[in-house]
Design a protein. Structure first.
Length: 236
């Protein structure tokens, strides 16, 4: 009997242009170990058997995604992304809601090194807590505040106690996330991840310890680091 079973879908925002990488192609189409970054990220979220569908938000002018070969036991659907990350996420989450999914696992296309154990931990936590859960890492370095945005001189040090770096996946009740993003508006620059939309609408998502290897390919050189981690994970 399938009654009362919580249905889980993944949403992968992949409609960005990767401006900080300064490449000719968006970073989700870089090839690492024979696959694109996007294919690695899809395979990573598909590794948890609870994920029953994957919605990928792609740019409307994307000509490459159709040629990809996704390693996923569950169906993979494409949706039209938007001008902001939040718009792309909302497009995917709304599609998952329309298909009856109760919980969404949002994971950046640009994070191809996600490991099964951290995925399991954040889904477990996100399904249990009403305000959801995200992978994150405690800040380990001494933090400096620059004197102004335009200078490289230090004003002071900032206490790092209680500070965490947000990673993905981020896991929420589908309706809660759709309502938060819709209420705030997807152009709202304060929404830098899904948890911030929940926080701004009064929620307190859980912090679940992620892995240092779960990097986001953001700046030149990150792709080499990701390749090293993927090779390391393949040997384990
Ligand atoms: N309009 C957008 C912007 C971003 N993303 C996705 O959100 C993830 C994380 O965003 P980020 O690293 O900022 O990617 P880009 O926006 O592509 O990079 P940049 O900010 O350097 O241009 C990426 O998988 C990216 O494809 C998206 O789906 N839609
Ligand atoms: C969601 C995210 O990956 C958490 O670190 C991040 O916010 C993506 O966007 P950013 O532009 O790199 O902050």
């Amino acid at each position: 009997m399938m009654q009362n079973q919580i249905r889980v879908a993944a949403v992968i925002p992949a409609a960005g242009i990767g401006s900080r990488m300064a490449l000719a192609e968006p970073k989700q189409y870089l090839r690492i170990a024979g696959k694109t970054v996007l294919e690695h990220s899809v395979a990573a979220v598909a590794a948890d058997a609870r994920v029953a569908a994957i919605y990928i938000a792609v740019a409307s002018n994307d000509q490459r995604v159709q040629a990809l070969d996704f390693d996923s036991k569950c169906p993979v659907y494409l949706v039209a992304g938007g001008a902001t990350r939040a718009a792309s996420v909302l497009a995917g989450v709304a599609a998952a809601q329309a298909d009856g999914f109760d919980v969404v696992v949002v994971h950046d296309a640009a994070r191809p090194c996600l490991q099964p154990a951290e995925l399991k931990a954040v889904i477990d936590s996100g399904m249990t807590h009403a305000d959801g859960a995200i992978l994150a890492l405690p800040v380990a370095d001494t933090i400096k505040q620059a004197q102004t945005l335009a200078t490289d001189t230090i004003a002071n040090s900032v206490p790092r106690d209680g500070l965490w770096r947000a990673l993905t996946p981020q896991v929420f009740r589908t309706k809660r996330l759709v309502d938060a993003l819709t209420q705030l508006g997807v152009e709202n620059t304060a929404i830098t991840d899904e948890a911030s939309a929940i926080e701004l609408t009064g929620g307190h998502p859980k912090l679940v310890l992620g892995q240092q290897t779960n990097i986001k390919i953001t700046q030149p050189g990150d792709e080499q680091l990701a390749a090293t981690f993927i090779a390391m994970m393949a040997k384990e």
